[in-house]
Design a protein around this ligand. Structure first.
Ligand code: SAH
Ligand code: SF4
Length: 365
C-alpha cells in the first residue's frame, strides 16, 4: 500500500520547509494524524508530566515601543507599576509551598542600573527564602552580557526572549526600525544567553499582521537550527491602544490563529522531542480549553499566574487576558483539573529542566 503524504512526511528524519508548510495546512484526518503523532512523541520522550512555573508579572514599566504590545512605552493609558519586594517574596513563598518548583519572573524591558540591581537583590532574597531549590526563569528582554552574567551568578538559570518572528522583514513591520529595536541585537542576546549556559528559551507570535504560513515554517526551522532549549509561542491577539490594531480586519480569524498555534506546537514537538514547550496564556484567551489542548499536542509546561491580583489589570499585553481576578490558589486548582483532563499529571516538586539543555551541554540531568 502506498504511504499517504502525511505519513511519508512524519516518517522523515528532518522536515524541509515545504514539509512544514504542508503540515501547517493540514485539515481533517491529516490534521488529527499530525496532532496524535506529536502527543505520542511527547509521551514517549518526556512522559505525561506537566511542569509548573509560577508566573510573576513583575512590572509593566517598559522602555520599548513594540507595535503589538499593550504596555509599550507610548501607551499613556496604562498606569505603571512594579510589585514591591515584600509582595514578590510573598508570592514566591506561596509558589514554593505549593511545590511549583520553578518561577518565571517577567516584565517590561529596562536596562538602567537601578533596575538591574533591583532584580539582582530580588534574586538573592528569593534564593535565600527558597533554599535555592527553585528553578528561576527571567524574561526582561535584551540586556548587556554583564547583566545576564550578574543575574545568573545570583540564581537565574533560564531566560526567555522571544524572537517574535524569525523573518527579518516582518520583524521591522512589528517594531520601529531604530537602535532600540534591532533584530540583530535580539539574535545576539539569544546567542549570549546560550554561551552563558542559561537554559535558553525563545518563541514567536502566530497570526501576526503580514505573516504568512511560510514565515511560520521559517520560525520552526529557526528554533531547530538555533538549537533552543525551550519555546513559548502563542497566538497574536490585537490590543486597541497599539499601532498594529489598524490591521485588525486583515488578521486570520481567532479560531485559525488558535489552530495554527496548536499545529506549531505539534510540529515543533516532533522536530525537537526533548525541549520544553509552554502552553501559553494567550492560547487560553482564544479558547477556554486552550492550554489543555496544547498539552495534548506536545506542550509540557504551564505557567499559573502568581502575580498579586491588584496588579493584573496593569499587565494587559493584549485583549481579553484570562484570570484577571483569580488569586494564585484559585489559579492552581483550576489548572490542576485542566491538566488531568488532558491526561497529564502535575509534576509537583520537580523543576522540570529542559532535557535538551542537559544533552546540549553534555551533562546527565
Ligand atoms: N519585555 C519582555 C517580556 C515581556 S513581553 C520582552 O518583550 O521580551 C512577553 C511577550 O508577550 C512578548 O515576547 C510577546 O511575544 C508577547 N506579546 C506582547 N504583545 C502581544 C500580543 N498583542 N499578542 C500576543 N502576545 C503578545
Ligand atoms: Fe515592552 Fe516586551 Fe511589550 Fe515590547 S513586548 S513593549 S519589550 S513589554
Amino acid at each position: 500500500m502506498a504511504m499517504t503524504k502525511i505519513n511519508e512526511i512524519l516518517a522523515k528524519e528532518r522536515f524541509t520547509k515545504d514539509d512544514i508548510v504542508f503540515l501547517l495546512n493540514t485539515e481533517g484526518d491529516d490534521r488529527k494524524t499530525l496532532l496524535a503523532a506529536a502527543n505520542a512523541v511527547k509521551i514517549k520522550v518526556l512522559g505525561n508530566n506537566a511542569y509548573y512555573r509560577g508566573l510573576l508579572e513583575f512590572s509593566n514599566i517598559c522602555a520599548k515601543n513594540c507595535f503589538y504590545c499593550g504596555i509599550r512605552r507610548d501607551n499613556k493609558k496604562v498606569e505603571r507599576y512594579f510589585v514591591p519586594e515584600a509582595e514578590v517574596l510573598n508570592a514566591v513563598e506561596y509558589a514554593y509551598h505549593a511545590k511549583y518548583a520553578s518561577l518565571v519572573i517577567q516584565g517590561g524591558e529596562r536596562s538602567d542600573k537601578q533596575f538591574v540591581s533591583q532584580i539582582t537583590d530580588l534574586l538573592k532574597k528569593i534564593g535565600k527564602l527558597t533554599n535555592h531549590e527553585m528553578g528561576i526563569t527571567l524574561s526582561f528582554g535584551e540586556q548587556s552580557n554583564e547583566t545576564y552574567e550578574e543575574w545568573k551568578s545570583v540564581g537565574a538559570n533560564r531566560y526567555l526572549i522571544r524572537i517574535e518572528t524569525s523573518v527579518r522583514d516582518l520583524y521591522y513591520k512589528l517594531h520601529p526600525e531604530d537602535k532600540q529595536h534591532d533584530y540583530s541585537k535580539r539574535l545576539q542576546a539569544l546567542a549570549e544567553l546560550k554561551a552563558l549556559n542559561y537554559q535558553t528559551g525563545t518563541g514567536v507570535m502566530i497570526g501576526l499582521p503580514f505573516q504568512r504560513v511560510e514565515d511560520l515554517a521559517e520560525d520552526l526551522m529557526f528554533f531547530h537550527d538555533f538549537d533552543v532549549d525551550m519555546v513559548g509561542m502563542g497566538p497574536y491577539i490585537e490590543h486597541e491602544d497599539t499601532p498594529l490594531f489598524q490591521y485588525r480586519n486583515e488578521l486570520w480569524p481567532k479560531s485559525t490563529r488558535f489552530d495554527m498555534s496548536l499545529k506549531m506546537i505539534a510540529i515543533l514537538r516532533i522536530m525537537m522531542p526533548d525541549i520544553n514547550i509552554a502552553a501559553s496564556t494567550a492560547m487560553q484567551t482564544l479558547d477556554k480549553l486552550g492550554r489543555e489542548k496544547a498539552l495534548k499536542v506536545g506542550a509540557n509546561v504551564l505557567m499559573p499566574n502568581i502575580t498579586p491580583v491588584k496588579y493584573r489589570e496593569g499587565y494587559l499585553l493584549y485583549e481579553d487576558k484570562p484570570c484577571l481576578d483569580e488569586d494564585a490558589a484559585e489559579c492552581k486548582s483550576c489548572l490542576e483539573a485542566r491538566v488531568h483532563l488532558a491526561g497529564d499529571r502535575v509534576a509537583y516538586g520537580e523543576q522540570g529542566n529542559s532535557l535538551h539543555y542537559y544533552r546540549r551541554i553534555n551533562q546527565i540531568p
